[in-house]
Design a protein around this ligand. Structure first.
Ligand SMILES: Cc1cc2nc3c(=O)[nH]c(=O)nc-3n(C[C@H](O)[C@H](O)[C@H](O)COP(=O)(O)OP(=O)(O)OC[C@H]3O[C@@H](n4cnc5c(N)ncnc54)[C@H](O)[C@@H]3O)c2cc1C
Length: 398
């Protein structure tokens, strides 16, 4: 084993770990990042790129709870489950059902709202810091409600967002077409989030973020952390062939964080919501901003030289291969809006790190401040990276 001593060890180099590493390094700390793969190549690579300062709704809501069984068992619904994973998933699902009760859901929405409210402002600064301002677009985000009934049914969500100060504008079907002229006519309407921003290439932003972290003087250790333990002289992380001894360790291994958290006594119900994307190469994307047909559970996103269609939730753990039916569902449903789309140029499966209440875990470990937990960001990890780094820095300074 090669022995490495450091002030801060960050386990996991996704957008969360990288943002934390950059922040702590810029505050003068000695930082290493332990990451077995290309940094930023996990969930942080393939997402929809939306800096979703409007996305305060947890996944679990009273309406999802009412329809949970049919949603999970209907192969065409945006929320599905691999039945083989049911026994393992049962504790997470039971907690998810509880967190979907009206009082819990409202509280969870409030906690998410507190976290995401200034995300676009924070990302503007962050993108400048990492030399990625050219990839941050500020044209808002659009939800589509295809039928009048669906539009009407969204009233309670709209009211909840309003009560948390989210900027949103109701659009008629004609106004939707003024904003996105290439969409087909729809009967319902839209909801426009004017302050939202989006990344036009999350993978390229991750690459620039990694360069910024390296340039700042953070060392990358290409290895997977297997064990973590408290010892008299600090936190010992074994990531063969390395043994890292750190004064403080940040656990930010995304959907893979649960086992390591267990080892230091933090038993948390982290699991994964698997998500997919398909990409259609084209010189000019067909939409100007992320457009989400809410009934389908995905975003159509303008990216550099392509349109990415990203989303869906599949409960099914980390090991199972991609489900071709869900990839096909993304393609077929995108063609409802743009019938001329050909075959996708590439497809992708990723693993959102998800807590049953959709609220990320950003706090010291129960055993002490020498380990800080920073995972479970679910659908808003990209959005919350700068904010998470700020919160971790505050925990360290306290
Ligand atoms: C389809 C889809 C669309 C999405 N759209 C959006 C969106 O529009 N906006 C938004 O804000 N969020 C979105 N998200 C969510 C967002 O991508 C995630 O919340 C975020 O990327 C999580 O970041 P992370 O750093 O925690 O995890 P990851 O990016 O997965 O990084 C975790 C890292 O830890 C490493 N690791 C794992 N195990 C170990 C170990 N034992 N030792 C060391 N390292 C380890 C992995 O290799 C990985 O690099 C989307 C997600 C999906 C799947």
């Amino acid at each position: 084993m090669s022995r490495i001593s450091t002030d801060i060890a960050v386990i996991g180099g996704g957008v969360i770990g990288l943002a934390i590493a950059l922040r702590l390094r810029s505050e003068g700390r000695e930082v290493v990042v332990i990451e077995p793969n290309e940094p930023g190549s996990g969930a942080s690579y393939g997402n929809a790129g939306s800096i979703a300062d409007y996305a305060i709704m947890p996944v679990g809501t009273p309406s999802v709870l009412r329809n949970l069984l049919s949603l999970l068992l209907d192969a065409d619904s945006p929320l599905s489950i691999r039945t083989s994973a049911l026994p393992t998933l049962f504790p997470w699902l039971a907690r998810f059902a509880y967190e979907s009760l009206p009082h819990r859901y409202r509280e969870n929405a409030g906690r998410i709202a507190d976290l995401v409210s200034d995300a676009s402002v924070q990302w503007k600064e962050f993108a400048t810091q990492i030399g990625a301002s050219d990839l941050l677009s500020a044209k808002g985000c659009l939800y589509l409600y295809e039928t009048r009934k669906a539009f009407k049914a969204a009233a309670a969500d709209i009211e909840l967002r309003r009560s948390h100060g989210v900027a949103q504008e109701l659009l008629s079907a004609d106004e939707v077409l003024k904003l996105e002229p290439r969409l087909p006519p729809l009967e319902g309407g839209g909801l426009f989030f004017p302050n939202a921003t989006n990344l036009r290439d999350p993978g390229e932003v991750m690459r620039r973020l990694t360069v910024a972290v390296q340039r700042a003087g953070v060392e990358f250790i290409r290895a997977s952390a297997q064990t973590i333990a408290r010892e008299s002289n600090g936190i010992r992380v074994v990531a063969a062939p390395f043994e890292i001894c750190a004064r403080t360790t940040i656990l930010s291994a995304g959907a893979h964080s649960r086992k390591l958290a267990d080892q230091i006594g933090d038993r948390l119900p982290l699991d994964t919501e698997r998500g997919y994307h398909v990409e259609f190469d084209m010189a000019e994307p067909l939409v100007e901003r992320p457009v989400c047909p809410t009934a389908n559970g995905f975003y159509m996103c303008p990216m550099q030289g392509r349109m990415r269609v990203a989303g869906l939730v599949e409960l099914g753990g980390l090991a199972a291969p991609a489900n071709p039916r869900l990839v096909e569902a993304l393609v077929v449903n995108s063609r409802r809006f743009f019938p001329d789309l050909g075959e996708p140029s590439r497809t992708w499966l990723g693993f959102r790190p998800s807590m049953p209440d959709s609220v990320p875990v950003i706090r010291p470990s129960r055993g002490g401040r020498d380990v800080i937990l920073a995972f479970g960001h679910g659908h808003v990890g990209l959005t919350l990276a700068p904010r998470t780094a700020q919160l971790v820095s505050r925990v360290l300074a306290a």
